[in-house]
Write a protein that binds this ligand. Structure first.
Ligand SMILES: [Zn+2]
Length: 230
């Protein structure tokens, strides 16, 4: 077990869906709940203390090189003797980023849809941020894939929510016109408070492309329901 201030990694054995071989991998066994002090950015992603949290969400078979979300692999953690599990090891940030690159390429090869590919790219960008690395390349890919996903009229996706995320990607890349157009299409509702959309419209209008942490009152209303009961 590897313990970090905000999450814990354990070992797991997984079966590759491509070649059926078993391999050892790391698995997040739990993360600390968000509090008012948690760093959450305006694109609604939490900043973790290291890149291992997001990298552990990607499975990578060392036998055949297949890679995709670990949840799509068969996990055998609870069915194999302890001695067969190696202690989890901490990979380097660049290895974590390579893991996402492999998953993205495998997703393309296996014709994953644009939203799935956008989610891989978004998590890769957030993983880079957790590692303290700037990665505009992943932001470009995420924006491109999400734009394609939203262009498909038959795709059943939460358009209001994803237009908001796309608006944030545009804002971060100095495309303030694109940001405002997407915020116009974002819908307030159960997942997005109207004040969040209005706040990001103001930031885009003022030409501010910086990474921005959510203010405490929005973290509390979006991620800490316990506060509402006090
Ligand atoms: Zn395999």
């Amino acid at each position: 077990m590897l313990t970090f201030p905000d999450f814990t990694l354990i070992s797991a054995k997984a079966e590759c869906p491509a070649c059926s071989k078993n391999f050892n991998t790391s698995l997040v066994s739990g993360s600390s709940p968000a509090t008012a002090d948690t760093r959450i950015e305006t694109d609604l992603h939490r900043v973790y203390s290291c890149s291992a949290f997001r990298a552990a969400a990607i499975g990578l078979c060392m036998e055949c090189g297949y890679s995709w979300w670990l949840k799509s692999f068969v996990l055998k953690t609870f069915f194999c003797p302890d001695q067969e599990l190696q202690a989890p090891t901490l990979s380097s940030s660049s290895e974590d980023m390579r893991r996402f690159a492999t998953a993205y390429l495998c997703g393309k090869q296996h014709k994953a849809n644009h939203l799935e590919l956008a989610l891989v790219a978004m998590n890769a960008e957030w993983c880079a941020q957790d590692a303290g690395m700037e990665d505009q390349r992943w932001l470009n890919i995420a924006r491109e894939e999400l734009t394609k996903a939203l262009r498909n009229p038959s795709a059943r996706i939460d358009r209001g929510f994803y237009h908001y995320l796309l608006g944030e990607m545009c804002r971060r890349q100095d495309d303030f016109k694109g940001a405002l157009a997407n915020f116009d299409k974002a819908r307030a509702g159960a997942r997005l408070p109207e004040e969040l959309i209005l706040r990001q419209r103001v930031q885009a209008r003022s030409g501010d492309a910086s990474k921005t942490l959510l203010p405490v009152y929005l973290i509390e209303s979006l991620f800490c329901p316990a506060y509402l009961q006090v």
